[in-house]
Design a protein around this ligand. Structure first.
Ligand code: ADP
Length: 261
């Protein structure tokens, strides 16, 4: 429990620090990009200068994407949780996800038609799916299969004895399974840490899973990861079943979210 508390405190302070730096950095970056684009206009044509400026602008745009992720991670976003059927959301995202993972990777959706509803901000479901799908894609450079599945699970007290962050009760479960590289145990242990990445500089920020972790815990859920090097990885996102009295809360005002959970 102490380790979990330390983890969430660490996430929160890193989030705040990162948000402050990212905000100022973003302003500077806009100035640099703006001038680079002006230079590009002046240099117009096939001169080597123009090619060099292309590279400057491309790198600037990549940096801007990274900073955006950082800001999204640390920002206190306004969220409005409501009754959500995860199946509907997966269906809505199907096209986006297929495009994201490319043609080399098969996309499979296996819904449980009896799936229990949950209470969450729909945009957070999209964030979870996108982050997990990007990671799955990156883990399958030679192609493979990405499976998104849903199901109902009742967690018992016995399970909670070794999962201190889980509470017994009914959950809707969203599984995202890939046939990619998998991970060593030491990697799995660190994946939810902000800024932990094994990807090359400029490709990974190490914020994807920290964001997913923040969203899931904020909504009273927990995450299970199974991974085997060379075989693939399965992320299971458990969100508490929306029960009768929680439905009344649906009309409640948006609550402020602390990005790091
Ligand atoms: P990023 O994707 O920017 O590196 P994440 O927090 O999303 O940051 O992921 C952290 C690390 O976890 C990745 O760099 C990778 O090593 C590992 N990882 C996450 N998802 C998978 C997966 N599906 N298969 C293999 N490794 C993964």
């Amino acid at each position: 429990v102490e380790a979990q508390l330390r983890h969430s405190q660490k996430m929160e302070s890193i989030g705040q620090l990162a948000g402050g730096v990212a905000h100022d950095f973003n302003n500077m970056l806009s100035v640099m990009l703006g001038y680079a684009q002006l230079c590009q206009l002046e240099a117009a044509g096939a001169s080597p200068l123009s090619l060099y400026l292309d590279e400057v602008i491309k790198a600037g745009e990549r940096s801007r994407d990274m900073v955006r992720k950082l800001l999204a991670f640390s920002r206190k976003e306004i969220i409005s949780p409501r009754r959500v059927n995860l199946n509907d959301h997966c269906l809505e995202m199907k096209k986006t996800l297929s495009r994201l993972i490319g043609e080399e990777i098969c996309f499979d959706f296996v819904p449980d038609d009896e799936l229990w509803p949950v209470r969450i901000d729909p945009s957070q479901v999209d964030q979870i799916l996108m982050n997990l799908a990007v990671n799955a894609r990156d883990a399958m450079p030679e192609g493979g299969t990405l499976t998104v599945a849903t199901g109902n699970i009742t967690v018992d007290t016995e399970f909670c004895d070794f999962r201190l962050d889980a509470k017994p009760g009914p959950y809707a479960c969203l599984s995202v399974i890939d046939t990619g590289t998998g991970m060593e145990r030491e990697v799995v242990r660190r994946i939810f840490e902000p800024f932990f990445t094994t990807k090359e500089v400029g490709r990974g920020t190490g914020l994807g899973l920290a964001t997913v972790y923040g969203i899931v815990t904020q909504n009273g859920g927990f995450i299970d990861v199974e991974s085997e090097p060379g075989r693939g990885t399965c992320f299971k996102i458990y969100l508490p079943k929306l029960t009768g009295d929680a439905v009344v809360q649906q009309e409640s005002k948006p609550t402020a979210m602390i990005g790091s959970g």
